[in-house]
Write a protein that binds this ligand. Structure first.
Ligand code: 13P
Length: 278
């Protein structure tokens, strides 16, 4: 089916009590691997790309690649801009027909974050979902890490969401980007944030969280969980293992197909962990 709006993914997941995985793509192998898994499990999903990952291709290429693969996929999937750190990134993704965008000005002072995110709302015209971030998620992604990580302050949540008009809120409640095996969700803090938020929540840093925690997030108003490092590592490992086994390996397509299969397995596992009853 054609790409759907992020609003449709949020609505369907909310109705069915599901959590959408949001999987980062960089290239065709990752895209194929994600959609193969989505077709196996049948849970609405976001495919997303961050500005750091369009250096090779640009947003239009990513749109074409994802839309072409999804044409034969029966499951609703939205194409999302991950961590738009500038309004220009949001503009570029909207121009390339992304159906969901994130503005991330979470490291700025509160009022600046509100003002920037509200401008992103004007750019994300009706039909495009908007995610904004309150509290700055720590860790490292693509060599980018915040100078000042901070947790989400529940006292700011309602005011922030109402002034910005975002459709979902990314929160910092113990989740961390990148390789972070010790990261754990603070469910007490998540509960307080949820009580204040008029919109569903987004948890970044899905790779580092244990399955038991992922499986509880639906109960806490979380509708979207981002996963990137696991997929990237699966692809890099497939190529590394092929080279280690034979430094003269030259069947790029065979190794690429192995990488797709490895990514599919990781994505399927994560979707099932997020939705134990799906
Ligand atoms: P991980 O790399 O830890 O899965 O985090 C991904 C993410 O949150 C992308 O925004």
């Amino acid at each position: 089916m054609p790409l759907v709006s992020g609003l449709d993914v949020i609505a369907e997941c909310t109705t069915r009590g599901l959590v959408a995985g949001a999987f980062n793509t960089t290239n065709i192998e990752t895209t194929m691997g994600i959609v193969d898994a989505v077709e196996r499990v049948g849970v609405p999903t976001f495919i997303q790309v961050a500005p750091t990952n369009v250096k090779l291709s640009g947003y239009e290429y990513v749109y074409d690649m994802v839309a072409r693969r999804l044409a034969t996929c029966p499951v609703p999937v939205a194409l999302h801009l991950d961590h738009g750190k500038s309004l220009t990134a949001v503009e570029d993704a909207v121009a390339a027909r992304f159906t969901s965008v994130m503005i991330d000005d979470s490291e700025s002072p509160y009022d600046t974050n509100v003002a920037t995110s509200a401008k992103a709302r004007e750019l994300a015209v009706p039909g495009i979902a908007l995610e904004a971030e309150l509290g700055s998620i720590g860790g490292k992604e693509d060599d980018v890490s915040p100078e000042h990580a901070s947790t989400t302050d529940p006292a700011q949540v309602r005011d922030f969401v109402q002034r910005v008009g975002c459709d979902m809120l990314a929160v910092s409640v113990g989740n961390v980007h990148g390789h972070a095996p010790d990261a754990r969700i603070d469910f007490d803090l998540l509960t307080k944030v949820r009580e204040e938020s008029p919109v569903p929540l987004v948890v970044h840093g899905g790779s580092g969280l244990p399955a038991e925690q992922l499986g509880r997030l639906a109960e806490f108003g979380v509708v979207k969980v981002n996963v990137a490092s696991d997929l990237r590592n699966a692809m890099i490992r497939a190529f590394g293992e092929a080279y280690a086994a034979n430094p003269h390996e030259n069947s790029l397509i065979r190794v690429s197909l192995d990488a797709v299969a490895a990514i599919t397995d990781v994505v399927e596992q994560r979707i099932r962990q997020l939705n134990p009853s799906a």
